[in-house]
Design a protein around this ligand. Sequence first.
Ligand SMILES: Cc1cc2nc3c(=O)[nH]c(=O)nc-3n(C[C@H](O)[C@H](O)[C@H](O)COP(=O)(O)O)c2cc1C
Length: 180
Amino acid sequence: MNTIERIKTRRSIRKFTDVPVAKDTMNEIVSAASYAPSWKNSQTVRYVVIESAELLQKIANDATLGFEHNKGIISGCKTLVAAVTTSGKCGYNPDGTFTTSKGDKWEAFDAGIAVQTFCLAASELGVGTVILGIFDEALLGQLLGLPEGQYVAALIATGYPDVEPKAPARKDVSELIEYK
Ligand SMILES: Cc1cc2nc3c(=O)[nH]c(=O)nc-3n(C[C@H](O)[C@H](O)[C@H](O)COP(=O)(O)O)c2cc1C
């Protein structure tokens, strides 16, 4: 499959088989994700792979902000990945001031690119993913023992797809593009 086909056929997967993602496969996905572009090649995103059934259940029960939909997804996956980033590196000058008017928003920008690269690489290897944005950031930081200055940018539930979802509708190119 070429890159454009991969981009178009990757789907968010919310139901997984019981087969966990092997460490070798996860390492290969993260290796591919490490090629994502980042602010001055700062590469701030780290991947915390949660395999402990006990920790997964605790996150599902306590760190989904009461959003049952995400609780169900996390309860049903064997491998949850926390994409963790570090504050104060993307978007800054060496003296600590912001480089652009976007301030520290480049941090989330870099994490987004890294996470999409992760999801595309996973899809290439037959691993399904869904990005989860609704979670209790402070509690997750505690549960994962993240040091000061690091936080979870996004969760990615991973596993082997047990469903074949149709692509949600996309806007027409004419709505997305403007030439000047
Ligand atoms: C930043 C972000 C946060 C998301 N959060 C959630 C979420 O909390 N729960 C969920 O089921 N899907 C979540 N999604 C997945 C989107 O719903 C999904 O990407 C979108 O519906 C398009 O479907 P597709 O990924 O299959 O193309 C999120 C996606 C992004 C990019």
